[in-house]
Design a protein around this ligand. Structure first.
Ligand code: FES
Length: 190
């Protein structure tokens, strides 16, 4: 079976499990293995990687429960991206009262941010879906890894060997989400 067919089959299986295909926020995938560490730094801006606001700072008000915002960490001095993939970040908002203690030190209110590079083989993990046990899981559709953004991106299923590193964030005076520190762990696969 080709990778593309395997990916589609996994995605269909996931949506069939949930019965909530309409609730899955799909963002086009760009695969690529990444292994560099700490590609974001304290003070980095987070700019939209796609959509109508591409290149603009991610505002806290744009991050919604059950939705994904895909961003890239940008050096505030040079205005250049750290790296379009290694600095890739997926942001989402956890439903009120659901954020676990493991996630709170790195969150801004109920907004959390993680590396978007899957720890299995480096595909982008930037879809938000439901598996029937709670909404808003981060899903990598390459091989079906599932991470829980409410619990420090712990692995709920699939072949990922470890959680996604968190990006500690805060909201600045202009309402934009910025990095408070670098990623909490090594980005990408082993
Ligand atoms: S790269 Fe295999 S599940 Fe993400």
């Amino acid at each position: 079976m080709t990778d593309a067919r395997a990916t589609r089959r996994t995605f269909l299986k996931l949506t069939a499990m949930t019965g909530a295909a309409a609730g899955v926020v799909a963002v086009s995938g760009r695969a690529g293995a990444q292994t560099a560490s700490d590609p974001a730094k304290a003070g980095d801006l987070l700019l939209h990687q796609d959509g109508p606001n591409k290149g603009k700072p991610v505002k806290a008000t744009e991050v919604k429960v059950g939705e994904a915002v895909w961003a890239v960490a940008v050096d505030p001095a040079t205005k250049k991206p750290r790296d379009a993939m290694k600095g890739g970040v997926v942001l989402t908002k956890v439903a009120s009262g659901k954020l676990q203690a493991s996630s709170k030190p790195n969150a801004a209110g109920d907004i959390v941010a993680y590396s978007s590079v899957c720890t299995h083989q480096g595909c982008p993990s930037k879809e938000i879906g439901s598996l029937g046990q709670g909404k808003g899981h981060i899903i990598c559709t390459c091989h079906g890894s599932i991470y829980d953004p409410a619990d420090n991106a712990t692995v709920l299923g699939g072949p990922a060997p470890k959680r996604l590193p968190a990006l500690p964030i805060k909201v600045d005076a202009a309402g934009a989400v910025v990095a408070k520190a670098g990623f909490t762990g090594k980005v990408g696969p082993k």
